[in-house]
Design a protein around this ligand. Structure first.
Ligand code: BGC
Length: 745
């Protein structure tokens, strides 16, 4: 064949392909439309142009009583209890609700995923470990929070799972709470905002999202028996404000009610919390699901607002609820409302229109995202001229303790993510065991060595204090890694580091004046050795990219920008409750201590004065204040002005140092004297990225709920007329700028 003919044939086929391809597309598209049209005719609720509420009601119109009952309770303990039957279609998530096949309603697999997807190893799957949410809150960056949630959503979809049950937003009222690492700190506006954006990120991946543990479940000790007493005004202005803000931002599919009682009623059958507040005042449109085993009744729970029972040892929402509906104790209207809330959330999240597609999780993308968040989360607490370190062939660095040769610590309990390859500190086949301190394979030692390849870097595990001190003595620098493993079920008995680690730091610091301490903690800890060390870095539980992020910060490739979302007290005696309520008589941080104690009342006399508000109101100086964090550059603040009408503030931040950096500029407000408050409130903040010498003008809107008090008689937020003292600066205790906001009656 001549080359011309060849070309002609090729061109003709190309034309045919070019014509055929769109034709093929058109045919496929038409077939799809046809299929969709048939589906919509058979199942009108599949019509995407209808609202989630309309679609839910159309389904309910077709449902039998048994089908409705099926939707309002989970199918047993499944994967969570050894020997419990696993529903045939369960995806090995913590909870399972059986869908209704004949109506095209899929199952809901509810997966624990506070800091990454739980229970992956049992299925031979992989999940990215993100920094603890408390760590991520130190970034004060809603974009990072959104990214955090999107990673979780993305990986849940890849696992074929359609609901996340993370979203913990209990404020750090009790700094020794075992679950603080799953939450977002002590300030309701910061915690609510960060958790809200995180859960918005989950939803952006068409995965149902959740906010928990509603409400005032601020400690693990006695969590199933404690009756929390807190007046309504204080509740609204503290714990519940965090929920209110997070719910408004994230439009959650579910809110998980907690184990404890609040003012005499269990949280999962609490009319005030569920009906009056959550569903009415907060306008929550999704469904209330119980924590596992937190349901205590059938009729009372159903009437007082619980919509879905998750497993416990008793069952209240299957046969007993059916009977209660048949007897008229629970109306069909209420049962329909329960089902409506579940279905409308499924439609709204997109789990019906965009069901998850199983695929391989992208571990590289997840690791990069985790490292980025860690780099924004690590907080530099002390730096007496020792950091950043310089790569040097003559340096000798002693890396001490906390398995820093192999990995970084993660948080436990139902937030535990399985480490790829098993626990780096003690590899064994299978998933993580409840109660074990699990280390992830991100080696500080290797990453420090990579930054200073010619330096001599040696590791010692720190169990022998004298040997560690000896190594420190013969090194130019000592970096001591200390840890505080925390998990659901157990609070720390004290703020002190466990396992004699304070003595380890003291011994190393005595042997080498160039000592840096790296903290891997769930929350605040005391630092009796603070004056004897030159550097302190809080890296929280930093996630799978943690060691890389840390090395970048230690060697100045990343300038630290994180700021504390919690106050670090000097010691337990400074706290509103010097002993964790229920732990009287327990003085040491023993592992595996049971949380179960006899029922007791826990009166939070400090009211809304949580964290920095408590320290300010009682005139105490903490070790490190809320909002504190250092950088390798310096910043100057100037020119605060306030716009009374718009309730905005304006000021300038300048980088006065030699390195590029990001400053988290903070604005606090003290209410007029009629509010009778002797503390200020966080009202606004912004991350400001600045080159050396650069200035930026910042305009921020004061958070409306940071300006108001809650009036219980009128059940509404009130803006008091008068003068508001507005201050701005780098932390809650360093606010060089002052101005006044006038609110006219
Ligand atoms: C925890 C929840 C968790 C659930 C399912 C409970 O013990 O409090 O946060 O989602 O278990 O694992």
């Amino acid at each position: 064949m001549s080359s011309f003919k060849l070309l002609q044939t090729f061109t003709t086929s190309l034309v045919l392909v070019v014509i055929a391809a769109p034709l093929g597309c058109v045919v496929a598209q038409a077939q799809r439309h046809d299929h969709a049209a048939k589906m919509t005719a058979k199942m009108p609720w599949m019509n995407k142009s209808l609202s989630p509420d309309e679609r839910a009601d159309l389904v309910i119109g077709q449902m039998t009583l048994d089908e409705k009952i099926q939707m309002v309770h989970g199918q047993g303990w499944g994967v969570l209890k050894e020997g419990a039957p696993l529903p045939a279609r369960s995806n090995f998530a913590a909870g399972f609700m059986s869908g209704i096949d004949r109506l095209g309603i899929p199952d809901i697999n509810l997966a624990d995923s506070a800091v990454g997807v739980r229970m992956a190893a049992y299925q031979g799957r992989y999940a990215t470990l993100l920094p603890s949410t408390l760590g991520a809150a130190s970034s004060w960056d809603p974009d990072s929070a959104f990214l955090y949630g999107a990673v979780i959503g993305r990986e849940l979809r890849a696992h074929g799972t359609n609901m996340s049950i993370g979203g913990g937003v209990n404020i750090t009222r009790e700094p020794r709470n075992g679950r603080n690492f799953e939450y977002a700190g002590e300030d309701p506006v910061l915690a609510g905002t960060m958790t809200g954006y995180l859960e918005k990120g989950v939803l952006s991946e068409h995965v149902m999202n959740d906010i928990k543990h509603y409400a005032i479940n601020d400690q693990e000790t006695g969590r199933t028996v404690v009756n929390v007493l807190l007046d309504k005004k204080a509740m609204r202005e503290s714990d519940l404000l965090a929920f209110e803000i997070a719910i408004a931002i994230s439009d959650p599919s579910g809110v998980m009610c907690s184990y404890n009682l609040v003012e005499g009623d269990y949280a999962c059958e609490n009319d005030y919390l569920l009906n009056q507040l959550l569903k009415k005042d907060f306008k929550f449109k999704g469904f209330v699901l119980s924590d596992w085993g937190a349901t205590h009744s059938t009729v009372k729970s159903a009437l007082n607002g619980l919509d879905q029972e998750m497993p416990g040892d008793d069952n209240y929402f299957n046969e007993p609820l059916k009977k209660a509906v048949e007897d008229g104790q629970v109306s069909m209207t209420r049962l329909d409302d329960m089902v409506h809330r579940i279905l409308r959330s499924m439609f709204a999240a997109g789990v019906i229109d965009h069901p998850p597609v199983r695929s391989v999780v992208d571990p590289f993308r997840g690791r990069d995202d985790a490292q980025h968040i860690a780099e924004e989360s690590i907080v530099l607490l002390k730096n007496s001229g020792i950091l950043p370190l310089k790569a040097s062939p003559s340096a000798s660095i002693a890396v001490i303790g906390s398995h820093a040769d192999v990995g970084v610590l993660s948080g436990g309990g139902s937030a535990q993510v399985d480490a790829p390859g098993g626990n780096a500190a003690n590899p064994q086949p299978g998933g993580s065991k409840w109660g074990d301190a699990i280390y992830f394979p991100s080696s500080p030692l290797k990453n420090i060595q990579a930054k200073s390849p010619q330096a001599s870097i040696q590791y010692i595990d720190g169990t022998d204090t004298a040997a560690a001190a000896q190594l420190a003595k013969t090194s130019t620098t000592a970096i001591v890694f200390v840890n505080q493993p925390m998990r659901e079920d157990v609070d720390a008995a004290t703020l002190s580091l466990p396992n004699n680690q304070d003595a380890l730091v003291e011994a190393v610091a005595a042997a080498n004046p160039n000592t840096i301490v790296v903290l891997e903690t769930g929350g605040p800890v005391s630092m009796p050795w603070i004056d004897h060390v030159k550097g302190v870095v809080e890296m929280w539980y930093p996630g799978i990219g943690g060691a890389q992020a840390l090395a970048n910060i230690l060697f100045g490739e990343v300038n630290p920008s994180g700021k504390l979302p919690v106050t670090f007290a000097k010691n337990d005696a400074q706290l509103p409750h010097p002993i964790v309520p229920g732990l009287e008589g327990v003085t040491a941080n023993a592992p595996n201590r049971e949380h179960k104690v006899k029922p007791f009342d826990l009166k939070y006399t400090e009211g809304a004065k949580v964290g920095y508000k408590w320290f300010e109101a009682t005139n105490k100086q903490p070790r490190f204040p809320f909002g504190f964090g250092l950088s390798y550059t310096t910043y100057a603040y100037s020119g605060l002005t306030v716009d009374d009408a718009k309730r905005t503030v304006h000021f300038t931040v300048r980088n006065t140092g030699k390195n590029e950096g990001t400053e988290i500029a903070q604005v606090y407000v003290a209410l007029p004297s009629a509010a009778n408050e002797n503390y200020k409130r966080l009202s606004a903040w912004q991350r400001v990225k600045l080159a050396p010498g650069e200035s930026k003008d910042v305009t921020l809107t004061l958070h409306p709920l940071s300006l108001t008090i809650f009036n219980t008689e009128q059940n509404s937020w009130k803006l008091l007329p008068g003068e508001y003292n507005v201050v701005a600066g780098p932390s809650s205790s360093d606010t060089p700028l002052k101005a006044t906001l006038h609110v006219h009656p």
